[in-house]
Ligand binder design. Structure first.
Ligand SMILES: Nc1ncnc2c1ncn2[C@@H]1O[C@H](COP(=O)(O)OP(=O)(O)OP(=O)(O)O)[C@@H](O)[C@H]1O
Length: 809
């Protein structure tokens, strides 16, 4: 934009109103790339909304939801759900939607369930014809998706969508007897439609279209941006309820202490998530949160996560880990940029951010190509980050003039892209003297009472003449000037259009570039998915390195868990010296562990440590223990005090009862149950009776009794022998000893008291361990062959000496 004030004989004028003219007034401050990126993140946090559609049909649940933060539809294939709709509850807890769409004709269970949900949810009921199977399918197939290039034919589009969304699925085979003559058997697959899932997707699309989510103010032909469909399954989930997340301090959100950040919500306090979250990008953090909310017993998945962590823990791979971590810093909010492109709202900074992201992704790809392809994630990044990325990068790099765009705060292209644009720019360069000339000529023809005028050029509007508002200009007709159109009155100046603008080829080019990028949106979505995964695993590896975690083993055939010298991941960071403890349950080690000990002897920490180590292993993280073997675990239940009683509006005793009832009703032979101080909220006799009754109930189940850890101060439970004797129950105690008038805590779990053996002070034990470790280390040095050409001293020092040294010190 350019403007010029002229007053050959009269008072000179400044630049025209609102004219951010080049050369005559300084351009409006343009945010630098960093500033611009931060602005995006804030925006994303503020606007993120989730809309969910759920249908429950003959015991099967279909769920689909739209997340505005990544403009993606997530869907869950039909899964059986219990009548109490636990699966749905789990999804709701996890995603916390703003609105829920469901069928107007629903079954009693669903009505009851929805009735109990919080008031800050809005419900929308769709009538049956709107969410019919066929109509939903048609809606899905005819949708306008940015990840499908315009060049695809209708048939290709159907085939492509069917590969992402399983419209039909061959679930079973029917045995058909052959005709008598041939007497052969034939097997015919029966296509089985997945009705609820497709209908839920259809219902969601209908809702999004009708409410115009995210495009409320756009032109009607602009559709809701959908950047992808992602399937999620909750079939291998380990069941963990919200109480458990809170008492084990897996998540802990606190209000942000900074007054400026109150609006942006909560920050993570001291929690497991807090110490493991070293993710470089927002999307990594989001994925880590998702993994935390979905612990799984899918061993393939867990081991593939652990393989990557183990690889990065090798000392020789530390540099590579750091380089990948740096590259991940370039991967920015791609969905937001794609969404803006889809709506043609692309900002100047978006091009720069996208360019950096694509280059970052190419860097990741090249790095991963040099890593062992036996590790799935490296193979995926090496293959899936296709040459489309090169194409996008070279297009942007060749066309976009970053400096010019930032300076002018609008999209500008580099020279030699379009001769017409170059010519226009050349003319614009000479614009100041040209405008002076025009202004002088115009002033000669104006009313003599007008003392001065300016000519402004605004690329998208054209040439404007600006004159000061004079006292006689009162009525609308006073603003009319012969041969000119009156445009607007602004800050005491009147604006009149002099000519029509140049057709803006640069905007046209930007539009074409946008289409090219959108046609390759699939690779960008893939970049985000795989980069987030890499980010999470690098974060977990970094935590494992710093805190000395080890790789857990999974043995589904083994019952219970075995932990060698386990630690509480949070307490070990706060305590001056943390005493590790081992755990064994299942098999011949019994299923019920009753832990007694005086107050503050470490019972609760021990229970939580068992829960946390198991949880970490089920998330695919290394664990704070020397060794851990995790058997089949399908759920973790807890009854441990938290401070939530006020917000729940229930008495502490009622909360106790509710939580234990939940465990009694749901825990299976593969569940872990952690009970701390149950029965304390009422009088001693009643409390003791309740605790004993619950444990006896479980013990009566014999081999299907869950793995239970109970910490209690009710010594009578042991002394009065209220529990049946047998191999299922084991009594443990927290070791302490009296030193004069003081009670000394050893924080060691032991069954010595029951077996009548003397307790050894922990110092002696530690000394003995130290001696053994020293001996092993010396042996290793003695065996070292310094003349061996294959010997790598760096590896020897970092893998053998350093770990041993930390356990000695
Ligand atoms: N293994 C450990 N190593 C070092 N310190 C520990 C250990 N376990 C517990 N502690 C310390 O002891 C304190 C009390 O632990 P905890 O709350 O587990 O005791 P408790 O036996 O459950 O007490 P209460 O019966 O009063 O609930 C902890 O805050 C921590 O400082």
């Amino acid at each position: 934009m350019a403007s010029l004030g002229v007053n050959p004989s009269r008072t000179p004028q400044g630049p025209g109103p609102g004219a951010a003219s080049s050369g005559f007034s300084s351009p409006a401050p343009v945010p630098g790339p960093r500033e611009a990126e931060e602005e995006e993140v804030e925006e994303e946090e503020e606007l993120a909304e989730i809309h969910l559609c759920v249908l429950w049909n003959s015991g099967y649940m279909g769920i689909a939801y739209y997340d505005t933060s990544d403009s993606t539809i997530h869907f869950m294939p039909d899964a059986p759900d219990h009548e109490s709709l636990k699966l749905l509850q789990r999804v709701l807890d996890e995603i916390n939607p703003q609105s829920v769409v469901t069928s107007a004709k629903q079954d009693e269970n669903m009505t009851r369930f929805l009735g109990k949900l919080g008031k800050n949810l809005t419900f929308h009921f769709a009538c049956l014809p709107q969410i019919g199977l066929e109509i939903s399918k048609q809606r899905l197939l005819s949708g306008n998706y940015s990840f499908i290039p315009d060049s695809m034919t209708a048939t290709e589009k159907i085939l492509f969508l069917s590969s992402i969304i399983p419209f039909d699925c061959l679930l079973t085979v029917r045995l058909v007897l052959g005709d008598k003559a041939s007497r052969r058997l034939r097997f015919t697959p029966i296509p089985l439609l997945i009705p609820s899932q497709v209908r839920a997707l259809g219902g969601l699309l209908k809702f999004l279209g009708r409410r115009r989510i995210g495009v409320e103010l756009e032109d009607y032909n602009v559709s809701v941006p959908i950047l992808g469909f992602k399937k999620f399954m909750l079939t291998h989930l380990v069941n963990i309820d919200q109480d458990t997340y809170s008492v084990l301090q897996i998540f802990k959100s606190e209000s942000h202490p900074s007054a400026y950040k109150v609006a942006s919500g909560l920050k993570e306090g001291l929690s497991l998530f807090g110490i493991l979250n070293r993710c470089r990008c927002k999307w990594g953090e989001k994925l880590l949160r998702l993994w935390f909310t979905r612990p799984t017993h899918d061993l393939g998945e867990l081991n593939s996560r652990l393989d990557v962590i183990q690889f990065f823990l090798l000392p020789q791979n530390l540099d590579m880990a750091q380089m990948l971590h740096r590259l991940l810093g370039h991967i920015k909010n791609v969905p937001l940029i794609l969404k803006r492109m889809k709506l043609s709202h692309t900002k100047v900074s978006d091009w720069q951010v996208l360019y950096k992201t694509v280059y970052g992704a190419l860097g990741l790809r090249d790095a991963c190509r040099s890593l062992p392809q036996s590790i799935q994630l490296f193979r995926d990044i090496a293959q899936e980050f296709s040459d489309d990325l090169h194409h996008i990068a070279s297009l942007i790099g060749k066309v976009v003039d970053f400096e010019g765009s930032l300076a002018e705060n609008r999209f500008t292209v580099l020279p030699n892209i379009d001769p017409e644009i170059d010519e226009k720019k050349r003319r614009l360069m000479g614009l100041p003297s040209f405008l002076t000339e025009v202004a002088r000529k115009e002033l000669e023809n104006l009313d003599s009472r007008i003392p001065s005028c300016s000519v402004i050029y605004i690329p998208l509007i054209g040439f404007l003449l600006s004159i000061p508002r004079l006292p006689f200009m009162v009525e609308a007709s006073d603003f009319e000037i012969n041969g000119l159109d009156f445009m607007q009155l602004r800050e005491g100046l009147t604006l009149h259009s002099l000519s029509h603008p140049f057709p803006d080829q640069e905007t046209l080019l930007m539009y074409q570039l946008q289409c090219q990028v959108l046609a390759r949106a699939a690779v960008l979505t893939q970049v985000l998915d795989l980069a987030s995964r890499l980010d999470v695993l690098l974060a977990l590896a970094s935590a494992a390195r710093d805190y000395g975690y080890s790789r857990p083993r999974y043995s589904p055939q083994v019952l219970g868990v075995r932990i060698q010298n386990g630690r509480h991941p949070l307490m070990e960071l706060c305590a001056r010296t943390f005493v590790p403890n081992s755990t064994e349950c299942g098999g011949d080690k019994g299923r019920v562990k009753v832990i007694t000990g005086p107050n503050s002897s470490g019972k609760s920490i021990y229970l939580k440590q068992v829960g946390l180590i198991t949880f970490m292993a089920l998330v695919g993280s290394f664990v704070p223990a020397e060794e851990a073997e995790i058997g089949a675990v399908d759920a973790i239940f807890t009854r441990i005090h938290s401070c939530e009683s006020i917000s729940l509006g229930l008495s502490t005793f009622m909360i106790d009862l509710n939580q234990v009832a939940k465990a009694v009703n749901n825990a299976t032979a593969q569940s872990l149950v952690l009970i701390d101080e149950f029965g304390k909220g009422t009088n001693t006799v009643d409390g003791l009776a309740l605790l004993a009754a619950v444990l006896r109930h479980w013990l009566a189940r014999g081999p299907t009794c869950p793995h239970i850890f109970v910490a209690t101060n009710f010594l009578s439970l042991v002394q009065l022998q209220l529990l049946p004797q047998g191999p299922l129950v084991q009594y443990l105690t927290m070791e302490t000893c009296e030193d004069g008038n003081d009670l000394v805590f050893f924080y060691q779990v032991s069954d010595l008291i029951r077996s009548g053996k003397p307790i050894k002070p922990v110092k002696d034990l530690l000394k003995k361990n130290q001696m053994e470790n020293c001996q092993t280390l010396v042996d290793k040095f003695m065996k070292l062959d310094l003349e061996d050409p294959n010997l790598d001293l760096n590896i020897f020092m970092s893998q053998e000496v350093l770990p041993a040294a930390t356990s000695i010190l």
